[in-house]
Design a binder for this molecule. Structure first.
Ligand SMILES: NC(=O)c1ccc[n+]([C@@H]2O[C@H](COP(=O)([O-])OP(=O)(O)OC[C@H]3O[C@@H](n4cnc5c(N)ncnc54)[C@H](O)[C@@H]3O)[C@@H](O)[C@H]2O)c1
Length: 329
């Protein structure tokens, strides 16, 4: 596997996440922590002067100096690994997690290495560290190396987003066994390998974690002309539930997102202009009305941002619809 180890910015104070993360990955109660803000508030409330009044200068000086935030220890940022990150939903998730304060390892197939390297630069511009790790999620050795590299370069693994996926829109009668095998290999086996490698590392670290998989609305309800794809996404939903049950005692949550129509390269087609706009060819091919809602990848990234947070510790085993109301569970 070709690798690009590119991590630059110095260690940061990452107060938000380190502050909220307990060793078991659960949510620390900020009110129980001697945080800067609670210290400042208690000092102000002890003051003999109402906070709105003008106090003598000596008291004011002492109040303001005492109210300064206490130094926050420099704790390394949490680390995420996102597969299929070169474009579309994976790219949006990687950027969002970096903006949230995580360092991010980026995977996609080796032919998209230049896109990954570009994304590394954009993430560095956000103040996070990033590393590009090209490889194929269907290969157990590649997935093991992705996790190993993320740990060695970025310092651990706290969030796995098994996002990589492929689609074929054709009737089952026209789908070869080889096409079926390839879709299952990327969408089901690939997600399973990522879940397994991530959980092994997270259990070894002993600080919990967040595992997230890419499902689809077609993992909730079979869609015509997407039989193999629907099968692979139903598999992700089963995997999500089983792994959530297995790893809950380790403080690891396992969830998946089930998007409807998200405007990414996966759904774009050269005939879209003549068929009615972006993703129209895909909608027609799968029997969807052209006016079903669609959204930008950042919508899914926002959901993953929340699931990945320490305070989301009470959500596990879920495959969450994010489709503008197309389906209700
Ligand atoms: N776009 C949608 O409307 C939609 C809807 C439901 C579910 N999804 C799912 O969300 C995920 C992301 O979809 P997207 O729309 O961003 O697709 P996309 O095609 O734009 O991006 C998917 C990325 O995965 C990468 N990839 C494919 N095979 C890989 C492999 N073997 N190893 C590593 N990387 C590989 C591709 O190179 C690509 O960069 C997929 O799992 C997809 O099935 C998408």
């Amino acid at each position: 596997m070709q690798m690009f180890l590119d991590f630059l910015v110095p260690p940061r104070i990452n107060g938000y996440y380190s502050y909220l993360t307990k060793p078991d990955g659960s949510h620390a109660d900020p009110s129980a922590s001697p945080s800067a803000s609670s210290t400042a508030l208690s000092i102000l409330s002890d003051s003999p002067f109402p906070s709105t009044s003008i106090s003598p200068s000596s008291s004011f000086a002492s109040r303001t100096s005492l109210a300064m935030p206490a130094p926050v220890p420099s704790i390394p940022a949490r680390v995420a690994l996102v597969t299929g990150a070169a474009q579309g939903i994976g790219e949006a998730i990687a950027l969002r997690l970096a903006a949230d304060g995580l360092d991010v390892a980026l995977n996609d197939v080796p032919c998209k290495t230049e896109q990954l390297k570009d994304l590394v630069e954009r993430i560095k511009a956000l103040g996070a560290r990033a590393v590009a790790i090209p490889g194929d999620v269907t290969s157990e050795a590649d997935v093991a190396l992705m996790v190993k590299t993320a740990v060695e370069v970025l310092g651990g693994l706290d969030v796995m987003v098994a996002n990589a996926g492929i689609v074929a829109m054709k009737p089952l009668l026209d789908t070869s066994a080889e096409e079926y095998d390839r879709i299952m290999a990327v969408n089901a086996r690939g997600v399973m390998l990522c879940f397994k490698a991530a959980a092994a590392q997270m259990i070894k670290q002993g600080r919990g974690g967040r595992i997230v998989g890419a499902c689809s609305g077609s993992g909730k309800k079979g869609i015509s002309n997407m039989a193999a794809y629907s099968m692979s996404k139903f598999a992700v939903r089963g995997l999500t539930q089983a792994c959530a049950a297995e790893w809950i005692r380790h403080g690891i949550t396992v969830n998946s997102y089930a998007p409807g129509c998200i405007l990414t390269p996966m759904l774009m087609h050269p005939d879209d202009a003549k068929n009615g706009g972006p993703a129209s060819t895909a909608k027609l091919a799968t029997g969807m009305p052209l006016d079903i809602p669609d959204a930008e990848p950042s919508v899914v990234a926002g959901l993953v941002s929340y699931i990945a947070r320490p305070e989301a510790h009470f959500i596990t085993g879920q495959t969450i619809n994010i489709d503008g109301g197309l389906h209700f569970d």
